[in-house]
Design a protein around this ligand. Structure first.
Ligand code: NDP
Length: 482
C-alpha cells in the first residue's frame, strides 16, 4: 500500500483532487488550508538564481591523494593516501538558469571537499586565468555579459567595447574563442583554481600554489555550428551527458596537479604571480601530480543538492591559505555574501553544504535555525566561558602572510605586460586551431561598431600581428559570405 499523503504538518489528507467549495458550483472557502498550503508552496519554489554561474550540473565523488606534497602542507586532505568525499558543480557563466548548455562561454568548475578539518572549496573555472585582475571591475564586466537594460538582449557591442578598453581581458578572451571555449561535456575540460593560493606546513613555511585538475577523458570540443545544431535539439546537453555517464558507470576522472612557488620567488618573477590574468609558465613551475578525482554518484535531488550547493573560496582548511590576489580577496567576501542572500543565514547547515566533521560555533538563532544547541553545556553560549564550551586551537594558527605597502588605489593597468601570455597561447596552437580562433572571434564581433573593432584590433596586433591579421581575414570572409 502506498504511503499516506499528509500536509506539511503531518496531518493525513483525505482528498487531493477537489478544493473545498460552497456547493459544486460555488466559490472556494478560505478555510481550505490544504489548497492554500499547496499554492503558497508553489509560489515559493524558486530562490534567486545566481547572478553569475546560474546554469549548472553537478555530481559527487572522491579525491584520492597518490603523490606526496606533505613537505609543503599540513592539510589533511592533501596527505598521501587521503581519500576525501567531494561534490562538483560545473556551470556556464553568463546564461540564466534556463540557458542552453552548449553555448560558448567560460565554464565554472567548483569543488567542495568534505575534509575532516572542515570544508575546502575550490571555486574555479575551466580556464587558468580570468578577464580582470581588479575586483572593482567585476560588476562592470559581468554587466557586459548580461542583457542590455533597454533591449533586454545580449550585446556584442558592450562586450567588445569593454574588452577594447581592458586589454588585460584578452588572454581569457583568447581561451574563450579557442576550441576550449565550447567543451563537448563537463567531462572534457580541465579545472583550475585560477587564483594563486598558498600551502603551509607544520614548520610554518608558506609556498604559493596553483591548483590544476586535468581531464582524463581528453579535451573535446564543438565548433559554433555543431553547438548550434545541438542546442536546436536539446538545451540540456551537459546535464544529459554528465548524469547519464554516471548512471551508466562511466565515471569521469581528473588528475589533480599543483604548481608550487617558493614564497620569496614572488618578488622575482617578471609577472605578478598574484595577477589573475596570468599563468605561471610550466617551464618555470612544473606541474606536480598529487592525486585523482573521480565523480561516481548523481545527486538524488537537483534543487536540494546542486541549486542549493554553496561554494565559497572562503572555505579553506589548516594547511591551505590565501594569497595577495586582489580578486581572491573580493570573492572571499562575495561568495558567502551571495549564499546568505540566496539561501539564508544558515546555508552552511543545509545537508549538501554541511561539513562532515564536527561543527562548534557560537552563532545564535536567525531564520530557519533548525540545528539547536550544539555544545556540550547549555550554559556555554558565549566565549570565553567556564562551562566547557568550544575554544580556539592555536595549533592550527597560520603563519603570517607577508603583505606590506601603502594603501592607495594603484592603477592596475599600468606597467603590466598583457600581451606575452596570450601570444604564448596563440603560438602553441596549430594552423587549424588558429583558423577556428580567428573565425570564432570574428563571428563574436558581428554587429559591433567599426571604431570599437579597430580599437580592439590594435591590442590583438600587439599580441601578434598574425593574430590581428587572422581576425581581419576572417571578418573579410564573413562579410563576403554575407
Ligand atoms: P606549456 O606548453 O607548458 O602549456 C600550455 C598549456 O596550454 C597546457 O596546460 C595546455 O593544457 C594549455 N592549452 C592548450 N590549448 C589551450 C587552449 N586553447 N586554451 C587554454 N589552454 C590551452 O606552456 P606554458 O606553461 O608556458 O604556457 C603557455 C600558454 O599556455 C600560457 O600563456 C597560457 O595562455 C596557456 N596555459 C598555461 C597554463 C599554465 O598553467 N602554465 C595552463 C593553461 C594554459 P593541457 O595540458 O590540458 O592540454
Amino acid at each position: 500500500m502506498s504511503k499516506r499523503l499528509t500536509t506539511t504538518a503531518g496531518a493525513p489528507v483525505a482528498d487531493n483532487q477537489n478544493s473545498l467549495t460552497a456547493g459544486p458550483r460555488g466559490p472556494v472557502l478560505l478555510q481550505d488550508y490544504q489548497l492554500i498550503e499547496k499554492l503558497a508552496h508553489q509560489n515559493r519554489e524558486r530562490i534567486p538564481e545566481r547572478v553569475v554561474h546560474a546554469k549548472g550540473w553537478g555530481a559527487y565523488g572522491t579525491l584520492k591523494i597518490t603523490g606526496d606534497i606533505s613537505k609543503y602542507t599540513r592539510a589533511k586532505v592533501l596527505q598521501p593516501g587521503a581519500e576525501t568525499p567531494m561534490l562538483a558543480r560545473f556551470s556556464t557563466v553568463a546564461g540564466e538558469l534556463g540557458a542552453a548548455d552548449h553555448e560558448r562561454d567560460v565554464r565554472g568548475f567548483a569543488l567542495k571537499f568534505y575534509t575532516e578539518e572542515g570544508n575546502w572549496d575550490m571555486v574555479g573555472n575551466n580556464t587558468p586565468v580570468f578577464f580582470l585582475r581588479d575586483p572593482y571591475k567585476f560588476p562592470d564586466f559581468i554587466h557586459t555579459q548580461k542583457r542590455h537594460p533597454k533591449t533586454n538582449l545580449r550585446s556584442a557591442t558592450a562586450m567588445w567595447d569593454y574588452w577594447s578598453l581592458s586589454p588585460e581581458a584578452l588572454h581569457q578572451v583568447t581561451i574563450l574563442m579557442s576550441d576550449r571555449g565550447l567543451p563537448k561535456t563537463p567531462m572534457h575540460m580541465n579545472g583550475y583554481g585560477s587564483h594563486t593560493y598558498s600551502l603551509w606546513n607544520d614548520k610554518g613555511e608558506r609556498f604559493w600554489v596553483k591548483f590544476h585538475f586535468k581531464t582524463m577523458q581528453g579535451h573535446e570540443f564543438y565548433t559554433n555550428r555543431e553547438g548550434e545544431e545541438i542546442i536546436g535539439k536539446t538545451r540540456e546537453g551537459y546535464q544529459e551527458a554528465l548524469f547519464n555517464a554516471i548512471e551508466e558507470g562511466n565515471f569521469p576522472r581528473w588528475k589533480f596537479m599543483v604548481q608550487i612557488m617558493p614564497e620569496m620567488d614572488a618578488e622575482k618573477t617578471p609577472y605578478n604571480p598574484f595577477d589573475l590574468t596570468k599563468v605561471w609558465p610550466h617551464a618555470d613551475y612544473p606541474l606536480i601530480e598529487v592525486g585523482e578525482m573521480v565523480l561516481d554518484r548523481n545527486p538524488e535531488n537537483y534543487f536540494a543538492e546542486i541549486e542549493q550547493a554553496a561554494f565559497s573560496p572562503s572555505n579553506i582548511v589548516p594547511g591551505i591559505g590565501f594569497s595577495p590576489d586582489k580578486v581572491l580577496q573580493a570573492r572571499i567576501f562575495s561568495y558567502a555574501d551571495a549564499h546568505r542572500y540566496r539561501l539564508g543565514t544558515h546555508y552552511e547547515a543545509l545537508p549538501v553544504n554541511a561539513p562532515k566533521c564536527p561543527v562548534h560555533h557560537y552563532h545564535k538563532d536567525g531564520q530557519m535555525n533548525f540545528f539547536g544547541h550544539r555544545h556540550l553545556s547549555d550554559d556555554a553560549y558565549y566565549e570565553p566561558n567556564s562551562f566547557g564550551g568550544p575554544a580556539e586551537d592555536p595549533s592550527v594558527a597560520e603563519p603570517p602572510l607577508r603583505i606590506s605597502g601603502d594603501a592607495d588605489r594603484y592603477n592596475h593597468r599600468e606597467g603590466n605586460d598583457d600581451y606575452s601570455q596570450p601570444r604564448a597561447l596563440h603560438d602553441l596552437m596549430d594552423d587549424e586551431q588558429r583558423a577556428r580562433l580567428y573565425m570564432n572571434t570574428a563571428e563574436a564581433m558581428q554587429g559591433v561598431p567599426e571604431e570599437i573593432i579597430e580599437r580592439v584590433l590594435v591590442h590583438y596586433d600587439r599580441i601578434s600581428k598574425a593574430y590581428g591579421d587572422g581576425i581581419r581575414a576572417a571578418r573579410a570572409r564573413l562579410a563576403a559570405e554575407g
